[in-house]
Design a protein around this ligand. Sequence first.
Ligand SMILES: Nc1nc2c(c(=O)[nH]1)N[C@H]1C(S)=C(S)[C@@H](COP(=O)(O)OP(=O)(O)OC[C@H]3O[C@@H](n4cnc5c(=O)[nH]c(N)nc54)[C@H](O)[C@@H]3O)O[C@H]1N2
Ligand SMILES: Nc1nc2c(c(=O)[nH]1)N[C@H]1C(S)=C(S)[C@@H](COP(=O)(O)OP(=O)(O)OC[C@H]3O[C@@H](n4cnc5c(=O)[nH]c(N)nc54)[C@H](O)[C@@H]3O)O[C@H]1N2
Ligand SMILES: [Mo]
Length: 773
Amino acid sequence: MSTDQDETTAQDEREPRVGPTPEGEPEFRPYHHPAAGWGAAKSVTSFLVREGALVDGPRAIMRMNHENTGFDCPGCAWPDDTKGLHLDICENGIKHVTWEMTRKRVGREFFAAHSVTELAGWSDYDLENEGRLTEPMVYDPESDHYVPISWKDAFELVGRTLRGLDDPNRAAFYTSGRLGNEATFLYQLMARELGTNNLPDCSNMCHEASGRALQASLGTGKGTVDLQDWETADALFIFGVNAASNAPRMLTALAEAHHRGAQIVHVNPLVEAAATRTIVPHDFTDMALFKTTRTSTLNLQPRIGGDMALVRGMAKAILEQSATDPKALDREFIERHTSGFEEYRALCEATPWEELERQSGLSRADILKAARVYGEADRSIVSWCLGITQHEHGVDTVREIVNLLLLRGNLGREGAGPSPVRGHSNVQGNRTCGIDHRPSADFLDRLAEVCAIEPPRAHGKDTVASIKAMHDGEITVFVGMGGNFALAAPDTPYTYAALRACELTVQVSTKLNRSHVVHGRQALILPCLGRTEKDHQRKGVQSTSVEDSMSMVHLSVGMKKPASPHLLSEPAVVAGMARAALPDSATPWEWYIEDYDRIRDTMARALDGFEDFNRRVRLPLGFRIKQPARELVFLTPSGRAEFSSAELPDVVPAPGTLALGTMRSHDQWNTTIYSDNDRYRGIKNCRTLVFMNRADMRERGIADMGHVDITSTAKDGSRRHLKGYLAVPYDIPRGCAAGYMPEMNVLCALGDYSTQSDQPIMKHVKVTIEAAS
Ligand SMILES: Nc1nc2c(c(=O)[nH]1)N[C@H]1C(S)=C(S)[C@@H](COP(=O)(O)OP(=O)(O)OC[C@H]3O[C@@H](n4cnc5c(=O)[nH]c(N)nc54)[C@H](O)[C@@H]3O)O[C@H]1N2
Ligand SMILES: Nc1nc2c(c(=O)[nH]1)N[C@H]1C(S)=C(S)[C@@H](COP(=O)(O)OP(=O)(O)OC[C@H]3O[C@@H](n4cnc5c(=O)[nH]c(N)nc54)[C@H](O)[C@@H]3O)O[C@H]1N2
Ligand SMILES: [Mo]
């Protein structure tokens, strides 16, 4: 892993651009309009026209997120409105659904016309833009083309290769977070019946830190609040999330909060669109009258990685206040429900304000402003996303957030608690249903009993460890259930080499992407139904279930005719692979697929919180998985909520260097790029850019919109490069820079993962930036 990547490798490997060919010159004009509203409506219309979905699109969208009669929006994990809001949708959700429903198709003629070497030279945008995959394909090394293969033969190839492994740990089974619960359960069952816990998933790059921190602090690895809590909180603290682009339905909750007089504090090095004002998208009167609502009462711009110092500063202020104000702390809550308070208090007292200011990049006055809002609110929610988790100290920061909440008893009561914003629409459900490379003994015991298998007990490999093991030849079979592993993972050339070193790569996908053209010696593309499509099985049309960010589980039923008659559902693909790989299996794979109620009946017995699954999932709003911490039951070693007392990390960049955060533009969905515009940040026609503070640019002799070279230095000293990026002068703290994933994965060394969560460090990449040579 410590190979010194020279720049030629990095450049050659990422030669094809990710985004589309620009339609014009790059432009930057700061955005001054509200989030959502008519700008969003206009953008949606042009997208529907482009995808040829002007008729089907709106019809499908009206069925989205409807109480158990529609399909779940695959866009994000924000919960559905519970009051039957009948147009609870957003611009990016619509784009996402339309993307799946496109009329364009990739058939065998397409693969006959284009070799894999040729396709590898296409942009990622162009690959996906070809449309939906229609039939199983296998790589033919002689002709360097993908050629058709029957499902039976495809499964046999997977089965034969897996059966031939001398150790089941030579296979890894990746999950991207939109896989439904039923397919998820079968998938992990297959892996464990084979004998491995190698279950890397996208959450290893996303909210692993949140899960580990909440588990350690509260004994419940998830947020404890729901939408009703959002509707009754007095103060909302929103850390490190670009909500207007990535969880746009949060805008509705923020606008409602503002209407009722709640305080809304945004903490983000960038002032994102959700931290200003919005036109509530489903409110037709607001839309017609161009009525805007503020979505923020205070914006704080810490340095990248400075959040933990800010939160500690807030805690310090509350503790100082408690010397004279008996209401500053909830002493009864602290005494009855927590442990470790005195140690934490001493740590806060011992941390000097100067250090908190330096590390957070905020003045003491600003920290006190946030502390005042927190101290005056009876009910506070703290919400966060990747700006908090994708750091070396992500776990410590989330635990610090919990510390702050505990000080005032903001847990286990209405309107209060921690609320991580999850990413993929079912990433939380994947973990609940068994995608976990570190499963608990209890989970495995029950799985063993209910499913009559002998699951392996040793922990498996996560995303980073799997890549390293593939690179080293230790893992030789990679199966990807959705997603785009090649491009989403860090250290692009290294990850490419890892996939290419495999004996077999299998990608279960809806659209063509980089992971199909960066493949193992043998490779399969297995096309599946999307969430919008009708899933016909022997016992009729099937539905699947998903779990949102707030632990609500509900059904999703597709309504569209499948993109091709040859597609299989994801549960069916898993069952096909499992049957071929485990010929003697006692698991009734085919019987499960006839009727997903049967899978749910087994899940009801195997999984905590899924009792009476089939009945409860059909209730109008589904059901909520119990969160013990919400009931003030703490499954921690002490039986109490545990304060943490971690040292503050040093996040101040060394002289001459900058901390670079990689993030999404408005017009992309992870590795899926819709255009090279980023409307809310005022960018047109460019993705290969870096946002910088103007003073940092001047100091380096970089002109506005001038070309720059970016070099990252990894923990092991190895260096990686991106050349010819545009420097955009932006309102971002000094010493910080930001740009887009997945392009910037070239800069993220595989070895640079958090020692606390094993998550790749994607928000605090150490870089130098200089005017292009
Ligand atoms: N439309 C759309 N929706 C999506 C996605 C998508 O790609 N497109 N992706 C989905 C997925 S998988 C996920 S995980 C989520 C991701 O949702 P986000 O977490 O919003 O994702 P990013 O684009 O990485 O944005 C990170 C935000 O954190 C800020 N930030 C960076 N560093 C720091 C820091 O040190 N501290 C603080 N406080 N803030 C920081 C950035 O300025 C940015 O606003 O969105 C999901 N929803
Ligand atoms: N540098 C950097 N890298 C990052 C991040 C970052 O912030 N910075 N974020 C990380 C995060 S949070 C995440 S979650 C990962 C995302 O990683 P992934 O989840 O692996 O990537 P996606 O881009 O969401 O996957 C898109 C592909 O999914 C397939 N797909 C779409 N719908 C379906 C479906 O219904 N079924 C199936 N089987 N396939 C489908 C399509 O073929 C599409 O090409 O990226 C991570 N990478
Ligand atoms: Mo994510």
